[in-house]
Design a protein around this ligand. Structure first.
Ligand SMILES: *Cc1c(COP(=O)(O)O)cnc(C)c1O
Length: 473
């Protein structure tokens, strides 16, 4: 750097001068001449603004090329960045829900690189159907007669309502008019689907006679919704699926069961709580069952509709189905994911969602103990770092009341305030791979249930920068 003389702007390097520096050559090599020149132009313009201040130090050409390179590198990073999910929520909607199995990732790669028989019947040499790829597999795993898949479960519910209840009535218990994550509210989806909502019963109690009284010539369907993110407890009454199915059948109206997450296996087998399986919902007599692909199922974002063949045929004829369909990449990933369910003994090893949920707490506690000194070193004297027992949750509205014992670290400022904690959380988010924890009882808790790549976590910590946070004083 050169100290400025009387008119600092006279010493400012020109864009051409900066372009001749070795750093600029490196920037051009990596990002192309156009992008590099534009970045240098911005760096020079910024320096000109700063140099208006007479006390400013005028940068040299190499400094400006360096600034441009930093800009270019920043712009190169994807905003859909990988992060360490140490929130303790395994299926975190804001962090992308289920991680895919290796088999699913490979299937996506292949479907991206090569032409695939997406809607082509290779044996007959004629046009095939997109739904053919998953139909038999889904039916095998759920006991349903027929199946289709759309963009997500919200789309599945929308499409079912629009097909069976357009301009007609859809009957739902007041205890099941759910909202999920703000934007999915059952009454609003009904309106948009063109169905008239008929609410029956009360928030805590709905009886057989409530449903029966509501059924009439205008009824398009009865909807049962799994209350996936809350429970009504205390003085309650609910008509369970088998009984509701018999009421629907007696009156000749279809029963649709929105399971939300749904699961294809009994989770008790992996030490988790009971969540109704899709097979049970089908066996309980629902005419159609809807569920998500990226919740407990552990696949990519998708929504399944399974059930009666005649109803699925009507759904296939709905022009909206085309607008909600899934692409070949997700079909490939879904098929690979579903095939893993044919071998339940190895499912918990191969399917990341189950593997993470079933991780034994002693293994996680041992990991927390191993990492404690390294984390303490990285955050420095200003914070106390202690191993803690904590509780993880499934997330995405599955098993809402159930938490799984887990372990991690609690990071607490030794003195000072919430600001120190915020600064620490921000510094961890500022790492090359952002580390996302949760703030609880005036501590930043890092739940290690979802930390599989320990080596990378340690390497990443080296970049921690708590400097300049005066809150730490
Ligand atoms: C999660 C959920 C949905 C929405 O599913 P997406 O796959 O997120 O679109 C719908 N209904 C219920 C009961 C749910 O739990």
């Amino acid at each position: 750097m050169t100290a400025s003389s009387a008119n600092p702007l006279r010493n400012l390097p020109s864009v051409d001068q900066v372009l001749r520096t070795p750093l600029a050559a490196a920037a051009i090599e990596r990002f192309g001449r156009q992008a590099a020149t534009e970045a240098i132009r911005r760096a020079v313009a910024d320096a000109r603004m700063a140099s208006r201040n007479a006390a400013a130090v005028v940068p040299e050409a190499n400094d400006l090329a360096g600034d441009a390179l930093v800009q270019l590198r920043g712009g190169e990073r994807s905003s859909l960045r990988p992060v360490f999910n140490l929130t303790g929520t395994v299926l975190h909607t804001n962090l992308g829900r289920a991680l895919l199995a290796k088999e699913a990732v490979e299937a996506i790669g292949l479907a991206m690189r090569e032409p695939v028989a997406l809607e082509f019947d290779v044996e007959k040499g004629e046009r095939g159907e997109r739904d053919d790829h998953l139909r038999s597999l889904v039916c095998e795993l759920t006991g349903a007669e027929d199946a289709t898949v759309v963009n997500n479960n919200a789309a599945a519910v929308l499409l079912v309502l629009n097909t069976l209840a357009l301009g007609r009535e859809a009957i739902v218990s007041r205890g099941e008019l759910i909202e999920i994550g703000g934007s999915f509210r059952m009454p609003e989806i009904m309106t948009r689907a063109g169905a008239r909502l008929v609410e029956v019963g009360t928030t805590n109690r709905t009886h057989r006679k409530d449903y029966v009284a509501a059924i009439g010539p205008e009824t398009g369907l009865i909807l049962k919704v799994h209350t996936s993110n809350y429970r009504v407890e205390g003085f309650t009454a609910e008509i369970r699926a088998p009984e509701l199915a018999s009421i629907a059948k007696a009156h000749g109206v279809p029963l649709v069961h929105d399971l939300g997450s749904g699961t294809l296996v009994d989770l008790a087998r992996y030490g988790l709580g009971r969540e109704p399986t899709v097979r049970e919902a089908v066996a309980d007599g629902a005419d159609l069952v809807t569920f998500s692909g990226d919740k407990l199922l552990g696949g990519p974002q998708a929504g399944f509709i399974v059930g009666r063949r005649d109803l699925l045929a009507a759904i296939s004829r709905n022009p909206m189905k085309r607008a909600l369909r899934v692409d070949k990449l997700r079909l490939a990933a879904l098929e690979a994911t579903l095939k893993l369910y044919r071998d339940p003994d190895r499912l918990a090893e191969r399917l990341p969602t189950l593997r993470l949920l079933a991780r034994p707490v002693r293994e996680i506690a041992a990991q927390a103990k191993r990492l404690a000194p390294l984390v303490a070193d990285a955050v420095g004297e200003a914070f106390a770092v202690d191993t803690v027992e904590c509780r993880s949750q499934v997330g995405s509205g599955a098993l809402p009341l159930e938490t799984v014992p887990s372990a991690g670290l609690a990071l607490k400022p030794r003195s000072g305030s919430g600001r120190a904690l915020e600064a620490l959380a921000a510094a961890l988010r500022g790492l090359g791979v952002p580390v996302i924890g949760r703030i609880e009882n005036q501590a930043l808790v890092l739940d290690f249930r979802c930390l599989e790549d320990e080596a990378n976590f340690i390497a990443n910590l080296a970049g921690l920068n708590l400097g300049g946070t005066d809150a730490l004083a």
